[in-house]
Design a binder for this molecule. Structure first.
Ligand SMILES: Nc1ncnc2c1ncn2[C@@H]1O[C@H](COP(=O)(O)OP(=O)(O)OP(=O)(O)O)[C@@H](O)[C@H]1O
Ligand SMILES: [Mg+2]
Length: 229
């Protein structure tokens, strides 16, 4: 994914997602077609329930669409096998979940090291990089805390550090500043700005116009459709 290619990094075509919850059907996405080029810094906005997290999960190869296609680097992800998908997710995509998804009984340091274990990074390098990342997000004095001993904002920052562990080409962040105080949120956005300047592709979900102001493109969803750019 890092090499130059004639394909856009992400291209979705008429993506739909229908969830079944008991007898109810929820049409979370109703035909989303968009293209995101390498190096773009995109904010994804829209009301609660408009399908932002659903779209992020599909782009992040964490879930499959009901219909339509999602291509990463020209490759339809529905055609990848489990090994290829796991590799793509682990090496190329960093995901900050809206709910953090940290392992509660592991320390901050161990949580950040997990993706590197899957990638086969050596222990010494893993520890070095995890310390570096936790320092970057301002948690140098919380490294040995278990994640259930951290505040919401601290967990969020561990989640960002973990997402950056394998130096992903694509960073998907779902409300990464939602639980942060103003100052920490601004530090997080400065970190994202820095990553964007280095040529990383970033998609950030936010309700905050200030956060969206950092991005160079804003996509708005409403009722599962792209409402405006
Ligand atoms: N696993 C699921 N099963 C059933 N319905 C779901 C599931 N996940 C999401 N939904 C529904 O799909 C719709 C879109 O949800 P999604 O999480 O994508 O919204 P969102 O834009 O991220 O909202 P928020 O800003 O509140 O995080 C919502 O109506 C939600 O209730
Ligand atoms: Mg959401």
């Amino acid at each position: 994914m890092r090499e130059a290619s004639s394909y856009p990094l992400i291209r979705t075509d008429q993506l739909t997602k229908c969830y079944r919850a008991g007898r109810a059907e929820v049409h979370a996405l109703r035909g989303v077609t968009l293209t995101i080029e390498r190096g773009e810094y995109v904010a994804l906005m829209g009301p609660s329930g408009s399908g932002k997290s659903t779209l992020m999960h599909l782009i992040g190869c964490l879930d499959s669409p009901t219909s339509g296609t999602c291509e990463i680097n020209g490759q339809d992800i529905a055609r990848l096998n489990d090994v290829e998908l796991a590799r793509l997710r682990n090496r190329e995509i960093g995901f900050v979940f809206q709910t953090f998804n940290l392992l509660p009984r592991l320390s901050a340091l161990a949580n950040v090291q997990l993706p590197m274990i899957y990638a086969g990074t050596r222990p010494r390098e893993r520890t070095r990089r995890a310390r570096e990342l936790l320092t970057l997000v301002g948690l140098e004095d919380r490294m040995t805390h278990k994640s259930n001993e951290l505040s919401g904002g601290e967990m969020q920052r561990v989640a960002v550090a973990r997402a950056l562990a394998n130096q992903p080409a694509l960073l998907l962040a779902d409300e990464p500043t939602g639980n942060l105080d103003t100052r920490t949120g601004q530090e997080m956005m400065a970190l994202f700005d820095h990553l964007a300047e280095q040529g990383n592709t970033i998609i950030v979900v936010t309700h905050d116009a200030g956060v969206a102001g950092h991005a160079r493109r804003i996509i708005r969803l409403r009722d599962g459709m792209v409402e405006a750019e």
